[in-house]
Design a protein around this ligand. Structure first.
Ligand code: HSE
Length: 420
């Protein structure tokens, strides 16, 4: 018999306990051993949790319990779970965590501390989708050429509503929070940080890149307006918040941002709270994984898959390699990203303005692919919308600064990257 202790018996923790109980027969058949939850830890003992397990409010009751074989960490946060996971590993216990923020900052240290003790994290990225297993095991024969994913259900829900129903940003943010997918601080969702944590985890398994959120380009969906949505529709794009990892020569681009993608692409069709990740391997070609990225039972399904793997003895090194993975690959600078861009500017509606804008772009070697002028709500102004051919991020940033300084340009210039 294998005994589990759960740190954090909230929605996911309660689902883990309940599924282990209600699906006990099939899980035992698959794992080869009976698995029971011995105890759990919560902050507030007076709150009803709907589980048949002993609860404590002291995490050390689980971490130091000699009878517990596997500690499941579902607390959230970074510092406290880090010290508890470390302690559990030092006590020789296997650990399963769903904590993406913990891994975004400490995955390499934890791999070191874990050594041969299993530390698994399927639920940390894209909830119920087995993307960690796919990358660690399923695609282990391949050099990974790229990963592109919708890794935040809250943003995808908001964008779907903005695009399909013309919903306004503020109203839809409130609605998406009511769905229960949003992070405690919703700026983690809409600012792209949650997706960046997941992208960093995937990039470690795929490329061995040891980066932190501060090292990569992260933008959210806060500045997207119905004007951008209308432009995207007119030019055949969907708008998605994507986590993107691309191998380019000896480097890897890692970035999270709102992206215009052709509406006929598979990932463009993923709507609502669902997540999807495409991975291109050099031998397998393009593969795609789709499913619920959050929610109690979906996330618990991933947590239990890790428990089953540990009980079967299938674990292997945490990130899927001990050393030498793609050795020499470097994280590319944000400035070196090369892609197509969409720009939205509010300008004076008078003669010579368009020429000024296009010649400024030309000064930075930026070539225009398409252009649209729309009326502005402000009198004597117009909205100019452009897409460009491929250009370097640093050039685009410089051009935007220069455009902003023109007296005929009002307010901030909105920019979105395009991936085809
Ligand atoms: N806030 C996340 C989302 C939950 O919206 O996808 C899963 O990590």
């Amino acid at each position: 018999m294998v005994k589990i202790g759960i740190l954090g018996v909230g929605t996911v923790g309660a689902s883990v306990a309940n599924i282990l109980e209600s699906n006990a027969d099939i899980i035992e058949a698959r794992a080869g051993k009976k698995i029971i939850v011995k105890s759990g830890v919560v902050q507030n003992l007076s709150k009803e949790r709907g589980v048949n397990i002993t609860l404590s409010d002291n995490p050390l009751d689980v971490v130091n319990d000699p009878e517990i074989d596997i500690v499941v960490e579902l607390m959230g946060g970074v510092d406290e779970p880090y010290s508890l996971v470390k302690k559990a590993l030092e006590n020789g216990k296997a650990v399963v965590t769903a904590n993406k923020a913990l891994l975004a900052y400490h995955r390499y240290e934890l791999q070191e501390i874990a050594g041969d003790i299993p530390l698994m994290y399927e639920a940390s990225t894209a909830g119920g989708i087995p993307i960690i297993g796919a990358l660690r095991t399923g695609l282990s024969a391949n050099h990974i050429e790229s990963i592109q994913g919708i890794m935040n259900g809250t943003c995808n829900y908001m964008l779907t509503k903005m695009i399909n129903e013309g919903a306004l940003y503020d109203a839809i943010l409130k609605e998406s929070q009511d769905l229960g997918y949003a992070e405690a601080d919703p700026s983690f969702d809409v600012g792209g940080f949650d997706a960046s944590h997941k992208l960093l985890i995937l990039a470690s398994i795929a490329y061995g890149i040891d980066a932190k959120p501060e090292d990569i380009l992260i933008e959210g969906i806060e500045n997207i307006t119905q004007t951008d949505v209308a432009f995207a529709k007119e030019f055949g794009y969907e708008i998605k918040l994507l986590g993107i990892a691309k191998k380019i020569g000896e480097g890897v681009e890692l970035r999270v941002h709102a992206t215009m993608i052709p509406k006929e692409s598979m990932i463009a069709k993923v709507d609502g709270v669902m997540n999807a990740v495409t991975v291109v391997g050099d031998r397998v070609g393009e593969t795609m994984y789709y499913g619920p990225g959050a929610g109690g039972d979906a996330t618990a399904s991933a947590v239990i898959s890790d428990i089953v793997d540990i009980v079967r003895g299938n674990q292997g090194p945490m990130l899927g390699y001990k050393k030498g993975l793609e050795s020499g690959l470097k994280l590319l600078s944000k400035d070196d990203i090369i892609t197509q861009y969409y720009l939205r500017l509010e300008v004076s509606d008078e003669s010579g303005v368009l020429a000024k804008i296009t010649s400024t772009l030309g000064e930075f070697g930026i070539s225009i692919e398409s252009m649209l002028q729309k009326p502005s709500l402000q009198k004597s102004r117009a909205k100019l919308l452009f897409t460009t051919h491929k250009t370097k991020e640093s050039k685009m940033q410089e051009a935007m600064k220069s455009l902003s300084s023109l007296t005929v340009v009002y307010g901030d210039i909105a920019m979105m990257r395009i991936e085809k």
